[in-house]
Design a protein around this ligand. Structure first.
Ligand code: GTP
Ligand code: MG
Length: 335
């Protein structure tokens, strides 16, 4: 798998990931209390007031004030000017979906790095197909809509299909066997395993693998199955929240794109609008940068709808899943 020959390369990126343990006055006991209250990272501490942190940890307010200040310093929470902001966005990669309309829905160039794109919809709506074709397209050179990188596919449902990957590879004129070699597939057997794989990905990148896309298909299935009781909902949401934070951190620090798929459930309590809701509720909705809802349309088409994007209008479009890729359909003559 990963190349392990070059130890020297590792050091540079390692000190980026400052943790709660780096805060002055915050020991293991305090960290355990913070974690059980849902505070896992420096940002979680940085936004607290000294009395609030004191209440959570049982530590004195003076200690808490120092810890909060340290967290804020480490995070560099200051303002950046607009040109600096622009510079930070300059290195964002885009992965084409294969459909110009779908790319446009996502802002013009496809799936973005430093972001989580959530695709949700009923079974058979095309979520896995979207993910598989992205795992191929990420490998294309930048001029052709790729990110010149490799993909990681975390498969929780056993639906990864190498045959489909090969077909999509043929669709973009790439060597199917080479394309398969550039996709690292891991079957996650439960949510713990799924969570652990994030560390594994970090390790692979440190070892020099140019991973530019991480797919989690599906994000929620294990969580949903493992925490099925009513009383377990809060625990489930807390773990899911933490997992999504880890994924976002990975996306930002490594400049890669994260795509997660999500099932929908019938929501009988909802009387207006579409009675299907994504699993995971607000936690997933807030953590995802882009959310697209897939449903079957007329004939063999798929309708994709962008929902609650921070910087793009809510909009919808139509595309097709074909043997060799996601494609536009001729909209003339449709309603
Ligand atoms: P779940 O994982 O069950 O929730 O569904 P999903 O949203 O992941 O569905 P998926 O992406 O697997 O879509 C399956 C659908 O894609 C099929 O019903 C077909 O309509 C379409 N599809 C899959 N493979 C092919 C293919 O080789 N050719 C064509 N034309 N369509 C395909
Ligand atoms: Mg699927």
């Amino acid at each position: 798998m990963a190349k392990k020959d070059d130890e020297g390369k590792k050091t540079k990126i390692e000190d980026e990931g400052k943790k709660l343990t780096d805060l002055p006055g915050i020991g293991p006991a305090a960290i355990a209390k913070l974690e059980s209250a849902g505070v896992y990272d420096l940002m979680g501490v940085a936004v607290l007031s000294p009395p609030a942190l004191s209440e959570l940890t049982g530590l004195g307010e003076a200690v808490c004030r120092k810890a909060i200040q340290a967290a804020r310093n480490m995070l560099d929470l200051g303002f950046v000017d607009a040109s600096e902001y622009e510079r930070r966005r300059e290195d964002i990669n885009f992965i084409t979906t294969g459909s110009r309309n779908l790319n446009n829905l996502l802002g013009g160039r496809g799936i973005e790095s430093k972001a989580i794109t959530e695709v949700f919809g009923a079974f058979g709506s095309g979520k896995t197909q979207f993910a598989l074709s992205a795992a191929v397209n990420v490998q294309l050179p930048k001029e052709q809509g790729g990110a010149n990188g490799k993909a990681v596919y975390i498969d929780t449902e056993g639906t990864f299909r190498p045959e489909r990957v090969k077909q999509y590879a043929e669709g973009v004129g790439a060597d199917p066997n080479k394309v398969l070699k550039n996709i690292f597939v891991a079957r996650a057997f439960n949510s713990d395993h799924q969570i652990l794989l994030v560390d594994k990905i970090n390790e692979m990148i440190k070892n020099g693998e140019p991973i530019k896309l991480v797919i989690v298909d599906s994000l929620t299935a294990h969580f949903r199955a493992e925490y099925s009781g009513r009383g377990q909902l809060a625990d489930r949401q807390q773990r899911l929240n933490r997992y999504l934070h880890d994924l976002m951190k990975l996306a930002e620090q490594r400049n890669l794109a994260v795509v997660v798929t999500n099932q929908v459930m019938a929501n009988p309590a909802m009387m207006f609008g579409d009675p299907t809701t994504a699993i995971g509720g607000n936690i997933v909705a807030h953590a995802s940068t882009y959310r697209i809802y897939f449903r079957r349309g007329k004939k063999d088409s798929r309708v994709a709808k962008l929902i609650d994007s921070p910087n793009l209008p809510d909009n919808e479009t139509v595309f097709m899943i074909t043997t060799n890729g996601l494609k536009d359909i001729d909209l003339k003559g449709e309603d």
